[in-house]
Design a protein. Structure first.
Length: 277
């Protein structure tokens, strides 16, 4: 059975770490994926000890930090800034026992012109460097392919080949419903079950509007079961690997950002629970 998770992107415009923790606890979520930008805002008025104490005294626990983005093809300045944010995440993760940091390939003009070999070589190099940095903190990297072809790594197959080449215990994969759908409309949903259990780190659950792939975007995400993605089939393939950890609601829908966070978080729990068993 999967555990109920919540990703802070879902209500990030009107919420906060404090509010998300309280509401997720109230509506029975097991885990939370904290956003690094929201964590930095939290630490303006709170300490890491307060966060440690909250997790020690409540049911909900941290699962992953979101996210380190645009990890590929960095120039010197970009890499320096990325490492600073990554090490901040590693330090906090170690203190609050957060096991994963999600890392995301680069979206930038011209990415679609790169060859798979170029993306493969750069991704293997970067993930090894980040894994070296994370290792002393006991933190794992969950590499998330983004299905939109504007991102340099946009399929689960491509991401899995990269992770296999890295071959590090602390580097694995995130499977995200909409990213899997956006690549080829889930043409080979059974491919998910080929990922070894020990390499499947995070599962993001969501749905989307029934739009052509050429116009479908992340703002078109909706609650699981309300759209056109075969969410049950994807969840079944995830569970077929033996995975029994988080099914984390991750949405980037402006409509939800304008709603009362409590309404969205309550609705999210109701929509996700049928897919946990």
């Amino acid at each position: 059975m999967l555990k109920l998770g919540y990703n802070e992107a879902t209500c990030m415009k009107k919420s906060s770490v404090e509010m998300d923790l309280e509401l997720c606890e109230k509506y029975g979520y097991d885990y939370i994926e904290l956003r690094l930008d929201m964590l930095k805002e939290y630490f303006k008025t709170h300490t890491v000890e307060e966060l440690q104490d909250y997790f020690a005294t409540h049911n909900i626990k941290p699962f992953a930090f979101n996210s380190i983005e645009d990890i590929n093809f960095c120039d010197e300045k970009q890499w320096k800034e990325l490492k600073e944010l990554f090490l901040f995440g590693c330090e906090i993760a170690q203190k609050i026992q957060n096991p994963y940091i999600i890392v995301v390939p680069t979206v930038r003009e011209g990415m679609e012109k790169l060859t798979e070999e170029e993306v493969f070589n750069d991704s293997v190099k970067v993930l090894n460097e980040l894994a070296d940095l994370a290792d002393p903190y006991g933190v794992k990297l969950s590499f998330e392919p983004i299905g939109d072809r504007r991102w340099c790594c946009n399929s689960l197959r491509q991401a899995w080949e990269i992770v296999q080449a890295v071959d590090r215990d602390n580097v694995g994969l995130t499977v995200d419903c909409i990213n899997f759908y956006m690549h080829d409309k889930c043409a080979d949903v059974e491919y998910i079950s080929k990922i070894p259990r020990e390499k499947l780190f995070v599962f993001h659950i969501n749905d989307c509007e029934d739009l052509p792939l050429r116009v479908l975007d992340h703002c078109d995400r909706i609650m699981p079961g309300k759209g056109c993605i075969p969410v049950q089939e994807i969840a079944d393939q995830v569970k077929k690997t033996g995975y029994d950890e988080i099914a984390s609601l991750e949405l980037f829908r402006p409509e939800y950002w304008e709603m009362d966070p409590e309404e969205v978080i309550k609705m999210g729990a109701e929509c996700c629970r049928p897919y946990l068993d």
